[in-house]
Design a protein around this ligand. Structure first.
Ligand code: TXA
Ligand code: MG
Length: 310
């Protein structure tokens, strides 16, 4: 079991541990991350080992100041600058061209890097005090359900790490939206709380009036351009049967999870609900999906992946 710490003393201990090359559980507003100091290649390699994640699956750099984006990147587009100025700090990750000094251990050998500025105050204070970016994938074992509390992190990888900083339950509950800013049009590679509608509105506000050019596309088909986002992911052991309408759910005694009502609340509890199925050894559950709009895209995406057969 890892030690779960909190408060100012816990934050100081976390900064100290990161500085000394340890990897620690760190709260963010989306899900808990497994953090390492980005410039410490050995610490970053341990993340891959602990998660059981292939070395080619790149990590997200978490920053606390805008100038850290400039340091990590090159050839930033104006659209990217606009997006981050509106959405940061918050649940948006941008893919940008990596500066030459960025470790290829973090980027999985790519010449692009994923960057986000979390809104969680605890994460901000830790990264600010450390003074350098941290990389942080979700703090779950590869392919498992992401953690939204310190206890989830402990249950999944507590045997492997020494320290988890408890910042309370995550406000949002699903991973950040990933937007590839190296392509034209921009591409949304992963849905999250910054919705496609948000991205369109922000980008459109910078396009010539009436041009109808919102220059955003959703990656809907073909192999994922964000490695690590395979079909079955975020998966509980239970078989999930998806329904678009509660009216089609058979009354067969299996539990029914409804995510079609308040989508904000649905996102917050999503992974907790999936974990509970496993804790209760439920073999099959019916899931009612929210409509495909706003945060509904992220919920449908995670639930479709959780339901996909091996
Ligand atoms: O909300 C979040 O983003 C959470 C919290 C902890 O910040 N982090 C997170 O990290 O979800 P992770 O490692 O579980 O997911 C990162 C995703 C992966 O699918 C990866 O393929 C993609 O980001 N990614 C990272 N760098 C990339 C790059 N250079 N090009 C394309 N995709 C990239
Ligand atoms: Mg993950």
């Amino acid at each position: 079991m890892a030690r779960i710490v909190s408060g100012t003393a816990g934050e100081l201990e976390t900064v100290h541990a990161l500085r000394h090359g340890d990897i620690v559980g760190l709260p963010t507003e989306t899900v808990y991350g497994l953090a390492a100091e980005m410039r410490n290649d050995d610490a970053v390699r341990r993340i891959f080992t602990v998660k059981g994640r292939p070395a080619s699956h790149p990590l997200i750099a978490h920053i606390a100041r805008f100038d850290q984006l400039e340091e990590l990147s090159q050839d930033l587009s104006e659209t990217c600058r606009l997006l981050v100025s509106v959405c940061w700090p918050g649940p948006l990750t941008v893919i940008v061209r990596a500066a030459p000094g960025v470790s290829r251990v973090c980027t999985g050998g790519r010449d692009t890097v994923a960057v986000r500025m979390p809104a969680h105050e605890v994460a901000q204070r830790v990264i600010t005090a450390l003074g350098t970016p941290v990389v942080a994938p979700s703090a779950n074992r590869f392919g498992h359900v992401s953690p939204t509390s310190a206890q989830h992190v402990d249950a999944d990888i507590g045997e492997e790490i020494d320290l988890i900083l408890d910042g309370g339950p995550c406000d949002i509950g699903v991973e950040s939206t990933i937007v590839d800013c190296t392509t034209s049009p921009l591409q949304i590679l992963r849905h999250g709380a910054i919705t496609p509608e948000d991205v369109h509105r922000i980008v459109e506000s910078a396009s010539p009036a009436g041009s109808g050019d919102s220059r955003v596309s959703l990656q809907t088909t073909g192999p994922s351009r964000a490695p690590g986002m395979m079909d079955r992911h975020y998966a509980p052991h239970a078989t999930l049967v998806l329904h678009d309408d509660v009216g089609t759910v058979p009354r067969d005694g299996a539990p029914v999870l409804r995510f079609d009502d308040d989508v904000v609340e649905a996102a917050r509890v999503l992974y907790q609900r999936l974990r509970e199925l496993d804790e209760r050894h439920i073999p099959l559950a019916h899931v009612v999906l929210p409509p495909a709009r706003g945060l509904g895209y992220a919920l449908r995406d995670r639930l479709t992946k959780a339901a996909a057969g091996l």
